[in-house]
Ligand binder design. Structure first.
Ligand SMILES: Cc1ncc(COP(=O)(O)O)c(C=O)c1O
Length: 386
């Protein structure tokens, strides 16, 4: 057993990120400025030329995406129960009604068949999540959206570097919201970006993301700028800062190497766990490159004498940190009381949740760390077989 605690997650920050952030501070442009513009340009190139608005979170990006899509009171938005609260809260923030549709039992992503069953004349948008960095079934979702005239808003919080059918997530013709939160594959502490397919929407989103102002600080406070601005609609304070963008630029340049390390760790774990009858390794659909944002193993129902929660406790005792993604939305007090959702209503999401353990998976793990995780998991599994 290892003698030090292995953190569940550690951001892949190096002296390079530290130096870039320090440079931004020394430049005295510490809010949105030239580094955010450079980061947007670099992201745009990464996404194959897409328009990109950098923001202070994925939650902000999802919120603005719904506003820009014209979703509001009286509308329904179909999303997944297996997500973080942000995906549902933004639907409430625009005054629309969230409708949950159960997930595919393999991927844990929203099941297009369940979405179809949930569509009503009031459905305006579908908000799927690429859970753990595995893409949702976008071909089926895009066909369904086309058939019913629905807007797709992709929660791609986990999906930078994900590929679906030989294309990067973020290069499809719908809005996609990315997270650069501390634990994400590309981290800026807090941060996010929205990929926007059309130019008019991009312009409005930039204005909405900064109070509804006609100009940002960079165009007001530089020598070439002018002090006069106007408010064209009541917006939000959602802009990214140059300090965040400085981190993002370095992280984006390092992303291929960071992803290669994640994939190598995932492959090592897959090889180790694949033969254990009590463990189900993450499913990967054909023509998909997952981002390996999470490494989610699932305990095979009935194969062990201990529960998932007990398994996690034993991992903790063995100095291995873990997490669970996600406690379904339908289990949370606020939504249960407001929408009448209950555990049991979305059986595939519940089953996924009940068996899931997110193991440590991050680029700075050493091979020894990975082997410690493998040894601890296999040992617990072996000692508690039914
Ligand atoms: C699926 C999902 N959507 C949205 C978010 C919100 O991201 P952010 O913290 O950047 O607002 C998260 C955060 O972890 C997430 O996991």
């Amino acid at each position: 057993m290892r003698d030090t605690y292995l953190d569940y997650n550690r951001p892949a920050m190096t002296e390079e990120e530290a130096a870039a952030a320090a440079d931004a501070v020394r430049s005295l442009w510490i809010t949105r400025g030239p580094r955010v513009e450079a980061f947007e340009a670099a992201l745009s190139q990464y996404f194959g030329g897409a328009r990109v608005v950098a923001l202070n979170s994925c939650t902000a990006a999802l919120h603005l995406a719904l506003i820009a899509s014209g979703v509001g009171p009286g509308d329904e938005v179909v999303t997944t129960p297996l997500t973080f609260a942000a995906s549902v809260n933004v639907i409430l923030h625009v005054g629309a009604t969230p409708v949950l549709a159960d997930v595919d039992p393999n991927t844990g992503c929203i099941d297009p068949g369940a979405v179809r069953a949930a569509v009503t004349p009031r459905t305006r948008a579908v908000l799927p999540v690429d859970l753990a960095g595995h893409p949702a079934d976008w071909d089926a979702l895009a066909a369904l959206a086309g058939e019913h005239g629905l807007t797709l808003v992709e929660d791609a919080a986990h999906a930078i570097a994900t590929e679906y059918h030989e294309r990067r997530i973020g290069s499809f013709p719908w809005m996609a919201a990315f997270s650069f939160y501390a634990t994400k594959n590309l981290a800026t502490g807090e941060g996010g970006a929205l990929v926007v397919p059309d130019a008019a929407a991009e312009e409005r989103l930039r204005v909405l993301g900064l109070h509804g102002m006609s100009k940002n600080a960079w165009t007001r406070y530089t020598q070439a700028g002018h002090w006069r601005y106007d408010i064209v609609e009541p917006g939000y304070k959602y802009n990214m800062t140059d300090v965040q963008a400085a981190l993002g630029l370095v992280q984006l340049a390092r992303l291929p190497a960071l992803q290669a390390r994640r994939a190598a760790i995932a492959a090592r774990m897959n090889r180790a766990f694949g033969a254990d009858p009590a463990l189900q390794i993450p499913y990967v659909a054909p023509r998909v490159v997952p981002a390996w944002h999470l490494y989610a193993i699932r305990l095979v129902p009935g194969a062990l004498t201990i529960s998932r929660d007990q398994f996690i406790e034993k991992l903790r005792a063995a100095n291995i940190g873990t997490a669970v993604h996600f406690i379904p939305i339908s289990h949370m007090t606020y939504y249960r009381e407001r929408f009448g959702w209950r555990p049991g209503m979305f059986p595939h999401a519940d089953a996924y949740f009940e068996g899931e353990i997110s193991l440590p998976l991050y680029p700075s793990m050493t091979d020894r760390d990975v082997d410690d995780v493998i040894e601890a998991v296999l040992g617990i599994s072996e000692r508690h077989r039914s």
